[in-house]
Design a protein around this ligand. Structure first.
Ligand SMILES: NC(=O)c1ccc[n+]([C@@H]2O[C@H](COP(=O)([O-])OP(=O)(O)OC[C@H]3O[C@@H](n4cnc5c(N)ncnc54)[C@H](O)[C@@H]3O)[C@@H](O)[C@H]2O)c1
Ligand SMILES: [Zn+2]
Length: 359
């Protein structure tokens, strides 16, 4: 059973990665010595599938478990949903001694983590992530938050979990498209920090929704290193995780919500960033080809539809915080596994890369 320890200035916690860990939850929670009430937060897709099994197990630790199901989807990451859930929790007797468990993907994790950060000025919280994105990325690092109508993740807090329990078996119920889109972040991790992992990804069966626990643990290890080097996003190391995300976000924001999943837009963003890494840095065409082959293997798009206009993407990009501040900070690769933030990318380069995506 791989267990990864996350060691930060003011927080240390374990990430347990184990096939079947979900059926041993009570055992894994024992060291935390939970004494108060437990609030499980899940969403309307995950709840019907996995909530009752979790409640059954928690019954052996505490009699005081309540659960809250938020509507599935990004729209639930809102202050009004936070207020509604906090009110319900309070009415059901939750307070300073409570522990919050997040059971779901990144939406539930960000939402429940933020609620845990502010409920009675902060209560402990445990992540049980159920998507690829949340298992390899969002459950670790302590970024929590909700959206404003003006933009994503604009209200939030750093609040580290006390424990993360990752069971790859939970991925079996994910719709195939949601399963595959998560690999954009896995492939991104390989590109920026772990070139050897590309071979491991290439050997996977994209239809078998049971990735090896070692692969998940390896990704958590990469995220952990980056977070340990730059917990509060001040040294620039954490910015490397934005590889593929500058143009990717612009494309994601240019289409009606839900047309392109996040990982699908990031796949296009990665292809654009590879193109610019070849043009402006030393990346070779064969290195790019290795990354592109992995994206294709998971059915991730590599070609931009002509219905999405470059001018619209540029408008979305310009409203991005990274642009307003003057020079563009763009993550490029020197070689596979080695990323850096370049100041040498201008708007013309970006237009060229977007046009390249149409070929
Ligand atoms: N905090 C961070 O560091 C960080 C990092 C990356 C992303 N995020 C955030 O994560 C969110 C995206 O997370 P996501 O991709 O996991 O999306 P998500 O939480 O919306 O989950 C995707 C879909 O799959 C469903 N689902 C989840 N697990 C399932 C399962 N096991 N079986 C069946 N259905 C399941 C959900 O209900 C949802 O419909 C975004 O809000 C993003 O901002 C945060
Ligand atoms: Zn992402």
């Amino acid at each position: 059973m791989p267990t990864i320890s996350i060691n930060l200035k003011n927080a240390n916690y374990d990430v347990i990665v184990e096939q079947g860990a979900f059926t041993q939850i009570a055992e894994h929670l024992k060291p935390l010595k939970i004494s108060g009430k437990v609030a499980i937060i899940t969403d309307s897709n995950v709840g019907p599938l996995h909530l009752s099994a979790l409640k059954e197990q928690l019954a052996s630790i505490t009699k005081e478990v309540t659960s809250y199901e938020i509507p599935a989807g990004e729209a639930s990451k809102s202050l009004s949903q936070i207020e509604a859930t906090a009110s319900q929790m309070t009415q059901q007797g939750h307070g300073r001694q409570s522990t919050i468990i997040a059971l779901g993907g990144g939406v539930v994790g960000d939402f429940a983590g933020f609620l845990a950060a502010i409920f009675f000025r902060g209560v402990p919280f445990i992540q049980i992530p159920t998507t690829i994105v949340s298992q390899v990325d969002s459950s670790v690092g302590g970024k929590t938050g909700v959206n404003l109508p003006e933009g994503k993740n604009l209200i939030g807090s750093f609040h580290q979990p006390n424990l993360v329990i990752i069971d790859t078996q939970l991925l079996a119920t994910l719709p195939q498209r949601e399963y595959q889109e998560g690999y954009a972040e896995v492939i991104k991790h390989a590109a920026i920090r772990d070139a050897d992992m590309l071979a491991e990804i290439a050997a996977l069966d994209a239809l078998n929704q049971q990735p090896p626990t070692d692969l998940i643990a390896r990704n958590i290890g990469i995220k952990a290193q980056v977070v340990e080097d730059d917990e509060h996003e001040t040294t620039g190391v954490r910015a490397l995780l934005n590889f593929g995300h500058t143009i990717g976000h612009g494309i994601e924001a240019s289409v009606p919500y839900g047309t392109l999943l996040h990982g699908e837009a990031i796949s296009l963003g990665i292809r654009a960033a590879l193109y610019l890494s070849e043009k402006k840095s030393n990346l070779t065409a064969s290195e790019s080809a290795q990354v592109l082959a992995c994206l294709a293997q998971f059915n991730l798009p590599l070609k931009l539809s002509n219905d999405i206009k470059t001018s619209v993407i540029l408008d979305k990009l310009k409203s991005d915080k990274k642009f307003v501040s003057g020079s563009i900070r763009f993550v490029l690769l020197k070689q596979l596994g080695e990323a850096f933030v370049s100041q040498d990318i201008d708007l013309e380069d970006i237009v060229e890369a977007i046009e390249f995506l149409r070929s």
